[in-house]
Design a protein around this ligand. Structure first.
Ligand SMILES: *Cc1c(COP(=O)(O)O)cnc(C)c1O
Length: 252
């Protein structure tokens, strides 16, 4: 047994408190369990506790876990088979791995270039999928962070062309708040993502941009206050990652 059950209980209490404070219902906020660096067994345990949406940030790492899970699935109740779980990529994806990512994942929440959108669309078509995607928006100047500059020409073009990518389904926006920033900066970052979503939903009525994926272990309560519809929680569920990996900096 690990600490997962207790961690999940505490996390659910904190999410409920944040929702109440924001005048929102628990059902408005989806919990993504970020299982990167943890083994397939941790996913099995989380699934047995009712979690269904998982975030992984590297293609190769997840590929190995998926294989392992298919071969041997220890301790998982039958109603929670692997195939009923949803796995989204949340880390930077290199275009040359788009084909494998389209095969493996149920969604890509880290779409950060027009070129990648083209590649993913082709790859999703080849595997006969319609792939849900979130645009990852870079809202802080940290050098290691990937993501689209919201005011760039590339972002404008991507928003324009998304409806033509018939095998991608735009669902919304994702961002990572600056690490260790003062609360006000973090809040401003989340607020800005929501403002961008509202603006682009108005200027691009043919896109469905409901999802706002923002907030992690350290800042999900703020994100909920600012309108997050999906929070991505790793450490507060699974414990500290060893060796610690820089959030968002990994190459998929
Ligand atoms: C690792 C990671 C998370 C989870 O971070 P925690 O602080 O462990 O909750 C969320 N989003 C992204 C993009 C990540 O890479």
């Amino acid at each position: 047994m690990t600490a997962l059950r207790g961690n999940l209980e505490r996390l659910e209490e904190a999410i409920a408190t944040a929702c109440r404070a924001a005048g929102r219902t628990r059902g408005e906020v989806e919990l993504m369990a970020v299982s990167k660096t943890f083994p397939a067994e941790a996913i099995a345990e989380a699934a047995a506790l009712g979690l269904t949406l998982f975030g992984e940030n590297r293609v190769q790492e997840f590929s190995a876990k998926a294989l392992r899970a298919m071969e041997r699935w220890p301790g998982l109740p039958t109603e929670h088979e692997w195939k009923k779980l949803r796995f989204h990529l949340i880390g930077h994806l290199q275009s040359n791995k788009a084909a494998r990512a389209a095969e493996l994942f149920d969604g890509v929440d880290s779409l950060d270039s027009l070129r990648l959108a083209e590649r993913l669309n082709e790859a999703a078509e080849k595997c006969g999928k319609k792939l849900p995607v979130l645009l990852e928006i870079k809202l802080s100047a940290e050098a290691t962070k990937t993501g689209l500059d919201p005011e760039s020409e590339e972002t404008a073009q991507l928003l324009e062309r998304l409806p033509d990518f018939s095998h991608l389904e735009a669902r919304g926006l994702m961002t990572i708040a600056p690490w260790g920033a003062p609360e006000e900066d973090t809040r401003a970052c989340f607020r800005r993502l929501r403002t961008l979503r509202d603006r682009w939903a108005a200027t691009h009525p043919n896109l469905q941009l409901e999802t706002l994926s923002m907030g992690m272990s350290g800042d999900f309560a703020l994100a909920i206050q600012e309108g997050a519809t999906r929070i991505r929680v790793g450490a507060a569920l699974f414990g500290r990652r060893t060796p610690p990996t820089a959030v968002g900096a990994e190459q998929a």
